[in-house]
Ligand binder design. Structure first.
Ligand code: DON
Length: 569
């Protein structure tokens, strides 16, 4: 393995470490009777809850929570990033998926990252991860505006207010941010804005340059970030850092509305992220395989964990082979989900042996090389449930910690370009193998694992769930959902329970150090042929369980692995 690659993998693992070393704290959940917000930072949950108490709905509160997260944890998300929102509107029972993912600049090309990275220094420092070329055109501000304008009740100015207050008055640096700050201190010291930050846990941090952007956003809307003075500053900074993004790229950015993916499994309707996420697809294919392989009411134990690990191998291979930006690449989703394929994979899963992932490779009869014409066109998960029954499930990201580790217009710029394949067969920071359809290209969106999900029970929303943590997002979110829905755990127990992860390549079953799997279970998995590798943790999950009882009960939990706390009333 190249030295820089091992450095990257080391630091990605470090990124997933959140300052907690042994065991998990327990004050991460709460039960509410009216409305709830579960984010991975207490101040962000509070910002959302404040907006709900002022008459805003789940869309307004989700926007306020995203904005606050961008202030209090710039390592994970912010206006320089992008994300996905799945929104359930109770009044007409509609489901909308907003894709505000970053996309490549116009001048991007499939070979742009085929460069010699032998000289890369420090953590996550290849050209798709650090500096101007790493930054995709951000989608966050456009996504927030779309969410509020389409579904919200309040004005943009009102939903921005809590974040603006945090940026102006300051907030306490969390352990998670402090840990990231010291891991990336040398790179941050090279940026004039970030160099001035005191990122020691417990210190007070104010963000005046971001406050200026938030004020402009409140006054003029997202246009100021995509074309106005802030946009000009972003484009200039990207170019100074060796990037190719222009003001035209910012002006041309568009949020896309997409049909979510869904399946019925284990008695529930699961609705989740469509492409360019491969996470949602991985979840629904895994659930379909599992239901066939282990039956509708599996009990928890080594056979179920084994089946889960096996069920993910096929979809991760499909991702590598077939996934790309759905605006530019035609995806054979129906063929990938064909019953005969699911049956074939389920049969292998059910035979009780750990298979090499190649056994699950089922190329499909399809000459889908056709490419559609493009139209003109670090991470955090949060859940909101409001008193009207609306649900927002949102995952937002700058990809790696502090994104590309430079600011433009005071905003931390993402390094989402690392989610593209830097070359066919090359792995990215999360060890995901790149395929031809996911090479960079003009205004293309990179494939993601983000999987904001809402699960329905007899037509009513029962669970909002999602995660941050790269390729582990989907496996973690699915397990926590199954813990609640199939194992009957409370939200608090479900999120704290040990998790496993398998992504086909490498051929290792990851278990958590921070929440160790029962040793008898682990031995049983080894006996089935799994190569077990302990890693610090498997992603960070936020969820709200809406209990289907006469009395309204919302169980909200923030993952103790990242130290967040929910809020509500
Ligand atoms: O879209 C994706 O799949 C990645 N950019 C997510 C990165 C991530 O979750 C980082 N970890 N917390």
């Amino acid at each position: 393995m190249k030295r820089w690659l091992s450095i990257v993998l080391f630091w990605v693992s470090a990124f997933l470490i959140t300052g907690l070393t042994v065991g998990l704290p327990t004050e991460h959940s709460a039960v509410f009777s009216r409305e709830a917000v579960a984010a991975d930072h207490a101040e962000a949950s509070k910002a959302g809850a404040e907006i709900l108490s002022e008459g805003g709905n789940a869309a307004d509160a989700a926007a306020a929570t995203m904005l606050a997260l961008g202030v209090v944890n710039p390592a994970s998300s912010g206006l320089g990033g992008g994300g996905f929102a799945l929104y359930y509107r109770a009044s007409d029972r509609s489901l909308t998926f907003l894709d505000f993912r970053e996309r490549a600049p116009r001048a991007a090309s499939p070979t742009m990252f085929e460069v010699d990275t032998a000289d890369a220094e420090g953590p996550a420092s290849s050209p798709s991860q650090l500096g101007g070329l790493a930054a995709g055109v951000p989608g966050e501000a456009a996504g927030i505006e779309a969410l509020v304008e389409r579904f919200g009740k309040l004005s943009l100015r009102e939903v921005i207010a809590p974040a603006l207050r945090l940026a102006e008055q300051g907030f306490e640096v969390s352990k998670a941010l402090g840990a990231m700050g010291s891991a990336f201190a040398i790179q941050l010291s090279k940026d004039p804005v970030m160099a001035a930050w005191d990122l020691r846990a417990g210190a007070t941090l104010r963000r005046p340059s971001l406050a200026r952007v938030l004020r402009a956003f409140a006054e003029k809307g997202a246009a100021v970030i995509y074309g106005g003075v802030i946009g000009q500053e972003i484009a200039a900074s990207v170019q100074e850092h060796g990037g190719i993004m222009t003001l035209q790229d910012l002006r041309a950015y568009r949020v896309r509305t997409r049909e979510p993916l869904e399946t019925n499994a284990f008695g529930y309707r699961w609705v989740t992220a469509p492409p360019p996420s491969a996470g949602g697809f991985t979840m629904i294919q895994s659930l379909s395989i599992l239901e066939r392989a282990v039956g509708p009411r599996p009990s928890y134990g080594a056979p179920l964990l084994h089946a889960m690990a096996e069920s993910w191998k096929g979809p991760f291979l499909d991702r590598q082979r077939y996934f790309g930006d759905p605006d530019q690449v035609i995806l054979p989703l129906d063929k990938m989900m064909d019953a005969s394929r699911i049956d074939a994979r389920a049969k292998l899963v059910a035979d009780g042996k750990a298979h090499p992932s190649a056994d699950y490779d089922l190329p499909i009869e399809w000459t889908g090389t056709k490419v559609a014409a493009p139209d003109n066109a670090g991470t955090s998960h949060l859940c909101v449930v409001d008193a009207e029954g609306n649900v927002a499930s949102v995952t937002t990201t700058v990809n790696l910690p502090f994104g590309a580790r430079f600011t433009g217009g005071g905003i931390v710029m993402n390094d989402e370009m690392d989610d593209f394949a830097s070359g066919i067969g090359q792995t990215n920071a999360f060890g995901l193998v790149g395929g031809a359809r996911n090479l960079p290209g003009r205004w293309k969106r990179p494939v993601s694992t983000m999987s904001p999900t809402i699960v329905f029970d007899e037509g009513k929303p029962a669970l909002c769930v999602g995660a941050s943590g790269g390729s582990r997002i989907v496996t973690a979110a699915q397990q926590v959902a199954m813990n609640v829905l199939l194992r009957g755990m409370s939200a608090a127990e479900a999120v704290a329970a040990p998790r496993i992860h398998h992504q086909g390549v490498p051929e290792t079953l990851r278990v958590e150090k921070v929440a160790p799997l029962d040793s008898a279970l682990q031995d049983a998995l080894v006996a089935l042929g799994h190569r077990v590798e302990p890693i610090h943790n498997v992603a960070n999950v936020q969820l709200i369980y809406i209990e289907q009882s006469a009395e309204r009960k919302l169980e909200a939990a923030s993952d103790p692995r990242k130290g967040g706390r929910p809020a509500g009333r």
